[in-house]
Write a protein that binds this ligand. Structure first.
Ligand code: AMP
Ligand code: MG
Length: 339
């Protein structure tokens, strides 16, 4: 059984007869990227590759926590009381992230870097390192004291950010989606209208594939042990739409009998533990799909569904039930896309 989701607006401009399908891939942000497009005429692949690489590099150079000299890491190292000029792309992401931090009551928090590091998911001591130990309550309280996004006093008009001291930014929950948007827009600017862009599982589709077909994509499903019931596949026509999935099965470790996934609840300083296996969000912009999927994962099924409903966000929640099976909940905006 499968469910099919279609966008509400369809632009019928299919690729012309004789168009060819192309595909390029590579590595970025500790993961892979892939770009597919359908076009007539000879646009050299190396020109497309160079353009994609330029957009991805721009995001990494400004926003990576893994690059010691990224703008974000320079801010993270800065002394208390300093003001920082924020480059345009980073400002765009920061602005979106701060808005969602307010709206979600801090469930999404771009200033949660100290907590992310503490639980072994940052660039410093990793949970995979042999000397990694679970943080003490004291360490959690200490990191919690430095994750207030409001203390950044963001001035959007001047693009100035204040480092109150020890606040560590982490854009990993939103920057991949933003990178997908940038690549997609750049390709459109080169005249490519029929594109599918993917970075580390976050996707954005524009136009159509060959034969007037949309770019069909199946939502990522949590892996299941044999013997448990299988959920229906959800197939989406990514036509002017993006999709992002946050899951508790990616980058997770088990210690002291508990699963510690890489999504942190910045309100209590601990990895989320309310049994959501995954949240997928559909949105025209991949930045928002990415950020909302993380925010809703932190909020959990009930609070997440309430916020998604309030903001008209198309979301699919997959919950781990006590008997080991998975169950699904679909927000009204996602219901509206089901055929
Ligand atoms: P995603 O896979 O998009 O859900 O992003 C997860 C990554 O975002 C983690 O590896 C952390 O670096 C960071 N992160 C974890 N929890 C949060 C949170 N509550 N708000 C913002 N970023 C977070
Ligand atoms: Mg995300």
């Amino acid at each position: 059984m499968s469910r099919v989701l279609l966008p509400q607006q369809i632009d019928n401009a299919a690729p012309l007869w004789g168009a060819l399908a192309h595909r390029l891939d590579g590595q970025t942000m500790g993961t892979t990227w892939q770009v597919r497009w359908v076009a007539l005429g000879p646009l050299p692949e190396d020109r497309v590759r160079a353009a994609v690489q330029q957009e991805l590099d721009l995001v990494v150079n400004q926003m990576s926590t893994w690059l010691p000299n990224s703008d974000l890491e320079c801010f993270n190292r800065a002394s208390a009381g300093t003001q920082h000029a924020v480059p345009e792309a980073m400002a765009e992401v920061l602005q979106a992230a701060l808005w969602l931090a307010d709206v979600s009551g801090g469930a999404f928090n771009p200033a949660a870097g100290a907590l992310v590091n503490l639980w072994g998911f940052g660039p410093r001591l990793r949970y995979t390192d042999p000397d990694f130990v679970l943080p003490t309550n004291e360490a959690v309280q200490h990191a919690l004291a430095s994750n207030d996004w409001r203390s950044l006093c963001w001035d959007g008009a001047l693009r100035q950010l204040h480092q109150p001291g020890g606040v560590l930014l982490d854009f990993s929950a939103i920057a991949k989606g933003y990178a997908v948007d940038r690549v997609s827009r750049r390709l459109a600017g080169m005249g490519l209208q029929h594109t599918l862009v993917e970075v580390g599982g976050e996707l954005r589709g524009q136009g159509m594939h060959l034969g007037g077909q949309p770019w069909w994509v199946d939502l990522e499903a949590p892996p299941m042990a044999p013997g448990f019931s299988v959920l229906p596949t959800t197939r989406v026509a990514l036509h002017g739409l993006s999709v992002a999935t946050s899951g508790d099965y990616r980058r997770v470790y088990t210690q002291a009998g508990t699963r510690w996934p890489h999504t942190i609840d910045p309100r209590n300083g601990r990895p989320v533990g309310h049994g959501l296996a995954s949240v997928s969000v559909l949105h025209p912009e991949c930045l928002w799909a990415d950020a909302w999927s993380t925010a809703l994962t932190v909020l959990g099924r009930e609070d997440g569904m309430a916020l998604a409903t309030e903001h008209g966000i198309a979301a699919l929640f997959v919950q781990r039930e006590a008997d080991g099976n998975l169950s699904e909940s679909i927000s009204p905006a996602m219901h509206a896309l089901a055929d």
